[in-house]
Design a binder for this molecule. Sequence first.
Ligand code: ADP
Length: 312
Amino acid sequence: MERDRLQSHARPARGVRRDRPARPSGPPAGASEPGASEPGVRDAAPAPAADPAVAARAPDPGVAAPAVDGAPAEPILVAVDLHRRYGEGDVAVNALDGVSLQLPAGAFTAIMGPSGSGKSTLMHVLAGLDTPTSGTVTLAGTELAKLDDRRLTRLRREKVGFIFQTFNLLPVLTATENIELPLKIAGRPVDVAWRDQLIETVGLSGRTDHHPAELSGGEQQRVAVARALITRPAVVFADEPTGNLDSHSSAEVLALLRRSVDELGQTVVMVTHDANAAAIADRILVLVDGRIARDETIAEPQQVHRLMREVR
Ligand code: ADP
């Protein structure tokens, strides 16, 4: 895919780092944490097969206005003092214990932290898949708590794309049908040019009629990346997207996510425990015990490793 063609669909830059070169191939991603069979789904979260939440309608992704002359972009995602408690009394766990953050549109943010530090909980709460015990999330200008279930589902379809560790493709559908699924669920027409461009961009041109079982893990995740991008969502949430991939496929998927940010102005939030994956982001938030312990701009995996040693 030539850059020109990608850029013909690109949104304008929004004052986030654009000086950072796209990384065509990253270093190997590491081992995975155990993946849930229905990742992204806990408590109130909908089943991905029924609501792949990779969906839908919006030609207008609801993104913030372009920044002017380097002024900071308006945040696309704002969280204020998030708390999420599981259980009550002596057994209560404060999975989130006062998280506030602002993510500008068009930025690539990695969320890291030791196991149990609240990464998944934070991602689910930010994406509207889980409800905080207190605190607010505002996504593309809409405060999630103000939406009833139906509107929240619609907002997820329209504004959010998901990439899961276990791909979550529907086995009975071809690659193309999986990519189109969010639009079909929303009853929206397929922008064929955009779909084909995505298929070419993720390198699946010869594989579009294959079913997931006929594709490698890396190919399946590339289908999932295209599925997440097909609706031009305001934010793509990626939950350990390289956790089930070999190092080569990991590098390819990370490079694709990076390109979606650099060339399409996509906002990406990626949960990962892998320093190599995190180093491809613009910004790394490190959670410890449900709080943001570090908020760093880091470029090299070695720096990420050091950072993680410091918070342990
Ligand atoms: P991470 O993704 O960083 O491994 P999680 O967000 O999954 O962390 O979990 C944060 C804390 O919340 C952990 O102590 C975990 O045991 C707890 N937790 C997560 N989900 C639930 C749940 N559904 N019920 C009870 N405790 C939970």
